[in-house]
Design a protein. Structure first.
Length: 364
DNA sequence: AATAGTGTCAACCGCCCCAGC
DNA sequence: AGCTGGGGCGGTTGACACTAT
C-alpha cells in the first residue's frame, strides 16, 4: 500500500510547460511568494498542474539568476571534486555553484562529465601503455589488443585505488591510515589482492594490499575492540588516532552521522566484497558513487566505519569548511548511505591532491 | 531522403525526512 | 508516541535534436 498521491492525477496536466503557464506561475510567485504551500499553489493560480511540478518548474527554470548550459572548466572541476567527495548529492553540489540547479548538474554529470572523465582516463591509460610498450596501436596484433583491454579493465581498480588515495591524503586519520581498523582478509580476499598486485597495483599505496601483510593480530584486535567476532557487524566512531569506540546499534550510528553532518567530517565506509565485482560494477561504484568499496565481508554483516576526525584538524583547516557547514545547517537530510564529506577538497584541489586524482581524470 | 543510433535535458516518479497535529 | 502530508531529493523516463549510415 503506497501513500496517497499529492494531487489528483486525472485533473493534472503533465509534460512540457507552455509559455502561458510559465508566465502565470512566475507572475504569481514574484508577487505573492510560494506561500509555503506548493500543493495549494496551482489551484490559487488556476493551473492544472501538480504542486510539485510547479515547484520544480520554478526552482529549475523560472526563478531569477538561473544559468543553463555553458559549464566552465572551473565548474567542471568543482562538480568532479564534490562528486568524488560526497557522491550524487546534487543539491549540495548545486549549492556551491551559484545559478546552477541540482537537476542541471545531475544531467550534465550523467550525460557529459562522466563520459568526459572516463574518456580521458582511458585515453591516458592507453597512451601510457603504448609509451611503455614502444609500439603503435596500429601494429598491435589481436593478442596485444587483448592485453590492452585487460589493462584497461584494471583501470577501474586503479581508479578505485586513486579514490582511496584521495580519501587517505585528505584525511590522515582515515580508515586507510589506521591499520587497527582493517578487517582480516579471507583467503579469497588475499588471492584477489595478490592478483591485483600481479596486475601492477602499487602495493605501497594500496591499503587493500597492505592489509593482507599487516599483522593478523590487528584484525583480531579489531574484533576485540568492538567486542564482537571478526566480520560481525561493527560500527566505529574514531575519536583519536588509533582509538575507536564501537557504536552498537544503527540508530546510534545514525544519530552520530546526523549530528555531525556539516560540523565534522563524519565518513562512512560501506564495505563489501571486491572480488565479486566486475569491472563494470566497479566502474559503476566509482562513477555512480554507490559508496560501497573495500574489503570482503559477508553481505549480511556489512561493516560501517565512521570517522569523526575534524576534532583533530587545526583551526585553519576548519576555517575552510565554512561553505560546508553553512550548507548543512540547512540540509539535515540523512547521509547514511553515502560517503561523507571531505570538505577541504576544493582547497586541496588547488594544492596538489586533486592533481593526484587527476592523473587520469584531469578534465583539461 | 530515410532510417537508426545516440545525446541531451525537462519533467516525472517515488522515496525519505520532518514539522505539525 | 504515532500519524499525516508537504517539501526535498535522487533516479529515471521519454520526447526531441542531432549525427551517422
Amino acid at each position: 500500500m503506497g501513500r496517497a498521491p499529492c494531487c489528483e492525477k486525472a485533473n493534472v496536466k503533465k509534460g512540457p510547460w507552455s509559455p502561458e503557464e510559465d508566465a502565470k506561475l512566475k507572475a504569481y510567485i514574484e508577487e505573492n511568494g510560494t506561500g509555503n504551500n506548493w500543493i495549494a499553489l496551482p489551484q490559487k493560480i488556476g493551473l492544472k498542474r501538480c504542486g510539485k511540478s510547479c515547484r520544480l518548474r520554478w526552482l529549475n527554470y523560472l526563478r531569477p539568476n538561473i544559468k543553463h548550459g555553458g559549464f566552465t572548466e572551473e565548474e567542471d572541476n568543482i562538480i568532479c571534486s564534490l562528486y568524488i567527495s560526497i557522491g550524487s548529492r546534487w543539491s549540495i553540489i548545486a549549492a556551491q555553484l551559484p545559478g546552477r540547479t541540482d537537476n542541471d548538474i545531475k544531467n550534465y554529470w550523467n550525460t557529459r562529465l562522466k563520459k568526459k572523465l572516463l574518456g580521458k582516463r582511458k585515453q591516458t591509460q592507453m597512451n601510457r601503455l603504448l609509451l611503455a610498450s614502444g609500439q603503435d596501436l596500429k601494429e598491435s596484433n589481436g593478442l596485444e589488443e587483448n592485453s590492452l583491454l585487460q589493462n584497461l579493465s584494471n583501470s577501474a581498480l586503479e581508479r578505485l585505488q586513486l579514490h582511496m588515495q584521495l580519501q587517505t591524503q585528505q584525511n590522515p586519520l582515515s580508515f586507510y591510515n589506521n591499520p587497527s581498523l582493517w578487517p582480516k582478509l579471507t583467503p579469497l580476499q588475499q588471492k584477489m589482492i595478490q592478483t591485483l598486485q600481479a596486475n601492477g597495483l602499487n602495493q605501497n599505496q594500496s591499503p587493500l594490499y597492505a592489509s593482507i601483510n599487516s599483522n593478523e593480530n590487528q584484525a583480531h584486535e579489531l574484533g576485540q575492540k568492538s567486542g564482537i567476532n571478526e566480520f560481525a557487524s561493527t560500527n566505529f566512531k574514531v575519536n583519536e588516532v588509533g582509538k575507536s569506540t564501537p557504536i552498537d546499534d544503527f540508530d546510534n550510528k545514525k544519530n552520530v552521522v546526523d549530528k555531525n553532518v556539516g560540523q565534522e567530517n563524519t565518513r562512512e565506509l560501506h564495505i563489501q566484497g571486491v572480488q565479486d565485482f566486475t569491472q563494470l560494477e566497479i566502474d559503476d561504484m566509482i562513477l555512480n558513487n554507490k559508496g560501497s568499496i573495500g574489503l570482503n565481508l559477508p553481505s549480511e554483516n556489512q561493516q560501517i566505519v565512521e570517522f569523526d576526525c575534524f576534532n583533530e584538524i587545526d583551526d585553519g583547516s576548519r576555517d575552510n569548511l565554512g561553505w560546508w557547514s553553512n550548507d548543512f545547517d540547512t540540509n539535515t537530510t540523512s547521509s547514511s548511505n553515502s560517503w561523507g564529506s571531505s570538505s577541504n577538497i576544493l582547497q586541496n584541489s588547488h594544492e596538489g591532491i586533486y592533481q593526484d586524482y587527476a592523473l587520469g581524470y584531469n578534465l583539461q
